[in-house]
Write a new protein. Structure first.
Lengths: 111, 114
């Protein structure tokens, strides 16, 4: 009974393509996040939504567009993929006590 | 500008001994700190946290110590077990922010040897 799930787990695509990663949480949390873990293993926040409203938008290229159809879902769409977009992307939701619950990650490889 | 640093990329400890993982931060506005544990091909999972009003928090085999003057925190695991082998991330945030934003260190890979 997965709390935060992401699909797909692996994504391999060509430069220039457009792709989406989906995230769903069944914890009833209001706030969700997208993080990027780059080749140096740093986990960096990209976006955060609270009840479908964007509340954090870090310096991320416009090619990245989050979409939250409802508070249980936060999807990430990436246009015109570049080699540097290759990374592991994690979705998370914010629970009580300031604890974030993470999904299993999506490994994106851009060729 | 890395505000949270874990200077040891890896640590190897004998089973049953104490593991000590260290973390330094530069932003004095951080007032809430968390440790996450990550296994390969999984997302990080919450381990333990500490507020800046405390200098120690203990949960079973895990204890986190905070030294605000040194801007340093450490995670102690005792006794270490093989299942503790994982990557450990330190994270910090400002609890008074409107939206919680965690800043992570780069992680320390802990290996527990039998």
């Amino acid at each position: 009974d997965t709390a935060v799930s992401q699909t797909p787990k692996y994504l391999v695509t060509q430069m220039g393509n457009d792709k989406s990663i989906k995230c769903e949480q069944n914890l009833g949390h209001d706030t969700m996040y997208w993080y990027k873990q780059d080749s140096k293993k740093f986990l960096k926040i990209m976006f955060s939504y609270n009840n479908k409203e964007l509340i954090i938008n870090e310096t991320v290229p416009n090619r990245f567009s989050p979409k939250s159809p409802d508070k249980a879902h936060l999807n990430l769409h990436i246009n015109s993929l570049e080699l540097g977009d290759s990374a592991v992307y994690f979705c998370a939701s914010l629970g009580p006590g300031g604890v974030q619950f993470f999904g299993p990650g999506t490994r994106l490889t851009v060729l | 500008d890395q505000q949270v640093k874990q200077n040891s990329p890896s640590l190897s400890v004998q089973e049953g001994r104490i593991s000590i993982l260290n973390c330094d931060y530069t932003n004095s506005m951080f007032d809430y700190f968390l440790w996450y544990k990550k296994y390969p091909a999984e997302g990080p999972t919450f381990l333990i946290s500490i507020s800046s009003i405390k200098d120690k928090n203990e949960d079973g085999r895990f204890t986190v110590f905070l030294n605000k003057s040194a801007k340093h925190l450490s995670l102690h695991i005792v006794p270490s077990q093989p299942g503790d082998s994982a990557v450990y991330f330190c994270a910090a945030t400002r609890s008074t922010q409107g939206a919680q934003k965690l800043v992570f260190g780069q992680g320390t890979r802990l290996t527990i040897n039998p």
